[in-house]
Write a protein that binds this ligand. Structure first.
Ligand SMILES: [Zn+2]
Length: 223
C-alpha cells in the first residue's frame, strides 16, 4: 500500500463525531494528535457515555449510571493525552442510538460543527465498520449533518476505513501510528474500564501490532 503523507491534516479544524468514549482513540488517536501538533483544533462529540460498555475487573459491580460517570472521566483523561480541545457528550443511552430521534441528533451535530467552525468531519462508515448499531446511527446522523447544507465551514467528510475487503473506495488519509504510539497507548490505557476489549483489539500496548499500524479514512464527500 502506498503511504501518503496526510498533509491535509495539518492545522485542520477537525470534528470527530463518534458513538462511545474510546471510539476516538481506537479510530483516530494518531490523526487527532497530528492535528493538535500542527496547530489545528481537534474537537470531539460523543453521542453516548458508554454506560452499557463492557465491564470487567474493578468495574463489574458498577451500575449503568456509575459506569457512565467513570467513562466520562476516562474520556477526559484520554482527551488530554490526545490534545482534543473540546469533548461534548450528548448522553444518549448506550446501545440505543438507533432509536434516538434522528432530527434531534442531526441538529445537535450541526450545532456542534457550526460552533467550532469545523472544516473536516471524521466518523464511522455508514455500515458502522464493525456493524455496531450505535456506530451505524452516528455515521448516518453525521453524514446528514454534513450534507444538509447547514454547516458551510465543513469542506470534507471522512469515514474510517476497516479494510474488510469489498470496499468501494481506497483510503485517502493514511496515518502511521508508530510515531504517535505513546499517545495512542496512553489514551487507550486511560479507557481503563474497557481494557479487555482494548486488549483483544490491540494486544500488548508496548508497540503497534502489524494490523493496527495505520489509521485510515476514506473521503466520503468534499465540498
Ligand atoms: Zn464504539
Amino acid at each position: 500500500m502506498e503511504i501518503k503523507i496526510a498533509n491535509q491534516l495539518n492545522g485542520l479544524k477537525a470534528g470527530f463525531v463518534y458513538a462511545h468514549p474510546d471510539d476516538e482513540t481506537f479510530m483516530s488517536a494518531a490523526v487527532i494528535r497530528q492535528i493538535a501538533d500542527t496547530g489545528g483544533n481537534p474537537v470531539l462529540l460523543v453521542a453516548t457515555r458508554g454506560d452499557a460498555g463492557f465491564k470487567n475487573g474493578d468495574y463489574t459491580n458498577a451500575s449503568r449510571e456509575e459506569l457512565g460517570v467513570i467513562r466520562e472521566q476516562e474520556m477526559a483523561e484520554a482527551a488530554q493525552v490526545l490534545g482534543l480541545t473540546v469533548v461534548e457528550h450528548l448522553g444518549y443511552p448506550d446501545g440505543k442510538l438507533g432509536e434516538a430521534d434522528d432530527r434531534e441528533l442531526v441538529l445537535q451535530i450541526e450545532v456542534f460543527l457550526q460552533k467550532h467552525e469545523v472544516e473536516a468531519v471524521f466518523t464511522f462508515p455508514l455500515d458502522g465498520g464493525n456493524g455496531h448499531p450505535d456506530h451505524i446511527a452516528i455515521s448516518h446522523a453525521a453524514t446528514a449533518a454534513v450534507r444538509g447544507g447547514k454547516c458551510p465551514s465543513v469542506r470534507a467528510l471522512y469515514y474510517g476505513y476497516f479494510n474488510k475487503g469489498g470496499e468501494l473506495q481506497e483510503p485517502e488519509l493514511i496515518v502511521e501510528t508508530a510515531p504517535y504510539w505513546p499517545f495512542k497507548a496512553a489514551a487507550l490505557r486511560a479507557h481503563d474500564s474497557q481494557k479487555h476489549s482494548i486488549n483483544r483489539h490491540f494486544g500488548s500496548l508496548d508497540q503497534p501490532r502489524e494490523d493496527r499500524r495505520y489509521e485510515m479514512f476514506v473521503a466520503a464527500w468534499k465540498a
